[in-house]
Design a protein around this ligand. Structure first.
Ligand code: MUC
Length: 93
């Protein structure tokens, strides 16, 4: 099951720089692990924003929720999930 996920990062400006660096470093490792596992096949930066557009490939909505809520930055992001279905005009399907 494919999901389009938009994440807008909203880290408080007054967060301790060391704490921020630690969370961002852990986020990077977490994201890399999920990409290697094939669960997060696309990760794109939105130009000019501290936001990303991602595609997740998971077995269930429960799995997606578990993966997203496990993000170290989860508490500091606004996240919008859009489920994707096959388009009838897609010649690749
Ligand atoms: O920077 C972001 O877009 C937020 C998040 C997503 C992957 C990652 O490493 O950080």
């Amino acid at each position: 099951m494919l999901f389009h996920v938009r994440m807008d990062v909203r880290i408080p400006h007054d967060m301790d720089p060391g704490v921020r660096a630690d969370i961002v470093a852990r986020e990077k490792v977490y994201a890399a692990d999920l990409q290697r596992a094939g669960k997060w096949p696309h990760l794109w930066r939105i130009v000019g924003e501290y936001s990303n557009i991602s595609i997740f490939d998971v077995d269930s909505t429960d799995e997606l929720h578990a993966l997203i809520s496990g993000l170290p930055l989860f508490s500091f992001m606004d996240i919008k999930v859009t489920p994707l279905a096959t388009h009838p005009s897609d010649i690749n399907v």
